[in-house]
Design a protein around this ligand. Structure first.
Ligand SMILES: Cc1ncc(C[n+]2csc(CCOP(=O)(O)OP(=O)(O)O)c2C)c(N)n1
Ligand SMILES: [Mg+2]
Length: 592
């Protein structure tokens, strides 16, 4: 679409100039009068390209799309929200983006602050004093600029802050009158390249050298990766470091940190590995206690204990230590460490690798022995997982291992170029099984898990948007989808090659487990655990739901792996067409 702006220029046209300068490709939104000036400028001045509007039926979805997009390609999107309602709707997803360290610039309307410019009634309800307060506790920054110079500067600053590690969402409140005002003369947006985001280095050299020394001399070194992976090269540098030091790797699955089938990936054996470790390097681990400790008496107990031994040396490398927020305690318990290095983790890994390769290794035979042992362990473990999945192929409803296995077989058979655009969020559920059974070896294949309830489908759409041309797969918990089911319309409208496997256990099952644990603990009837939790009577017909939003579906719930396997070929084939219609498969799954 080309510009149809006429000769006059308005405040929001300049905002679009700035957005183009910063390179925002999409702007997910739900429309509203407080952003009508900017909306017009994106469409009629900017030609609806860079950014292109992406219509969403709820602001929580718009923000979740920006989350998924950032994870997939490391670029932020601009999200447009109407003040005040739209901003309020967005909050849960903004909180998730904050927790997951995902950059985005959220633009909300406000005002006009000049009362003479307000329409009677409604504009007054769209005017808040510092609307950014709504999200201040879980954004990195917010501002309410006055005047066009301040607005452009605020936009540039917003981009820099959002994208600097630890990344996160920022919020800008844009006065409606400023957006709509005709410019007196022209205003040229400064060169954005003159305001590069700050770079974070490899950490102070003496600390990195000491960390390399500890790693090289360790008898049982382990590297834990959480929010580490940024791009392909960060992952392959880590692979080289791991191979050079003979370290075991524990990957939390938060991002694509490490190939899932690498012989030194011992993620399924966390407790055993950590128990033996004498040196642990934690890369990009936000909550170190969570990574090193476990619940003492089963997953639901409130007591916890370290999995590491007392003498284990722990080196943390991240930017989390300088990122402080007293509103949400996502940093976890203060955990003893031998060293705490503030650095860009990929840069630190590149430096560690350089030092390790230069110093060489006196313990080559010990390293080779370890690597051989790890290779045997991981191969045996992966074989066990495959065998366990194969044994469950006949079960109906379908189990998570069997589902992951069946989809993986078909992907391999068809040689698809695929992306796991959303792999569920639970550690022990489908997410664990895809990493245990699939060979995830390319950065783009795995934007990461997490995000909490309601944002899964939006994240899947965002990741698919960043991966046009690839088959995108969403393992979509049913309860999660029901929070934001209208996301399906956006997926259809965008014509994404996305297949959504609804994990239909007709339950907010995670909470059944909590109610079971409480009932058991209190000696109360365990069978009551489903009350207030099962999504039954009536059952949701996800196929009909998908079709009503314009998506294709299997027409009914699929409850056995043979039927699933039979339809997958044509589903994937249909997604290879240009501008495909996304496909939803309602999979009747065992609760867990
Ligand atoms: C907005 C919100 N409300 C409630 C919860 C509590 N909660 C955590 S997991 C969960 C169950 C999610 O159900 P589903 O997505 O179907 O996954 P399942 O546990 O069945 O695999 C709930 C309700 C939450 N995390 N977020
Ligand atoms: Mg469920």
């Amino acid at each position: 679409m080309s510009s149809s702006a006429g000769k006059d220029k308005f405040g929001s046209d300049v905002i679009v100039d700035a957005m183009k300068a910063m390179g925002f490709r999409y702007a997910p939104l739900n429309p509203g009068a407080s952003i009508r000036g900017l909306h017009d400028s994106i469409v009629n001045y900017g030609g609806n390209e860079n950014p292109k509007l992406v219509l969403c039926c709820h602001e929580e979805i718009a923000v979740a799309i920006a989350s998924g997009y950032f994870r997939a390609c490391g670029e932020p999107l601009a999200v447009l929200v109407h003040d005040i309602e739209g901003l309020l709707h967005s909050t849960k997803a903004v909180f998730d983006a904050y927790l997951e360290r995902e950059a985005m610039v959220i633009l909300g309307g406000n005002g006009p602050t000049d009362i003479e410019k307000r329409r009677p009634g409604i504009d007054w309800q769209h005017t808040a004093l510092v609307p950014g307060l709504t999200v201040r506790n879980y954004t990195k920054w917010d501002d309410q600029p006055d005047g066009i110079v301040s607005t452009v500067e605020a936009l540039f600053r917003a981009y820099r802050i959002a994208t600097t590690d630890p990344a996160g969402p920022v919020y800008l409140s844009l006065d409606a009158d400023l957006q709509e005002k005709k410019l007196e003369g022209d205003f040229k947006v400064p060169r954005f390249a003159n305001y590069p985001s700050p770079t974070l280095g490899e950490g102070d050299l003496s600390s990195i050298e000491e960390a390399a020394r500890l790693l090289v001399n360790a008898a049982h070194p382990t590297i834990i990766v959480d929010g580490y992976g940024r791009d392909e090269s960060s992952v392959w540098n880590l692979v080289k470091l791991v191979e050079a030091t003979g370290a075991a790797v524990i990957d939390t699955g938060q991002r694509f940190n490490f190939p899932s089938d690498h012989p030194q990936n011992l993620s399924g054996l966390t407790e055993e590995v950590l128990g033996k470790s004498d040196v642990v390097v934690a890369l990009g681990v936000r909550d170190l206690y969570h990574a090193l400790a476990k619940e003492a008496k089963g997953h639901f107990s409130r007591e916890s204990k370290y999995m590491t031994s007392e003498g284990c040396k722990v080196i943390r490398i991240d930017t989390e230590s300088v990122f402080n927020n007293s509103w949400v305690a996502d940093y976890g318990r203060l955990t003893p460490t031998t060293m705490s290095i503030v650095a860009s983790e990929p840069a630190a890994v590149a430096k560690l690798l350089e030092i390790v390769l230069r110093v060489g290794n006196k313990n080559a035979s010990a390293i080779n022995e370890r690597k051989g042992r790890f290779a045997e362990l991981s191969s045996a473990q992966r074989k066990k997982w495959h065998a366990a999945a194969e044994q469950q192929l006949d079960r109906s409803p379908i189990t998570y291992p069997a589902l992951a296995y069946t989809v993986w077989q078909k992907i391999k058979q068809l040689g698809l170029d695929w992306v796991l655009s959303y792999p569920g969020y639970t550690r022990g559920g489908i997410n664990a099984w895809v990493r245990q059974l699939w060979s995830i070896t390319k950065f783009y294949q795995y934007p990461g898990r997490g995000g909490g309830t309601g944002t899964g489908i939006g994240r899947a759409i965002g990741a698919a948007l960043a991966n046009r041309g690839r088959i995108c797969i969403d393992f979509q918990p049913d309860g999660d989808l029901l929070y934001t089911a209208s996301s399906l319309w956006t997926a259809g409208n965008l014509k994404l090659p996305l297949v959504i496997f609804v994990l239909d256990n007709r339950s907010y099952f995670n909470d059944e487990e909590h109610q079971r644990a409480i009932a058991e603990d209190r000696g109360r009837p365990v069978e009551n655990k489903t009350i207030g939790i099962r999504i039954e009577d009536p059952n949701v017909d996800f196929s009909k739901m998908a079709e009503s939003y314009g998506l294709h579906s299997a027409g009914h719930a699929v409850s056995d792996t043979r039927s699933l396997s039979e339809i997958l070929g044509s589903v994937f084939e249909s997604l290879k067409k240009e501008n495909p219609t996304p496909f939803l498969i309602d999979v009747a799954v065992q609760p867990k």
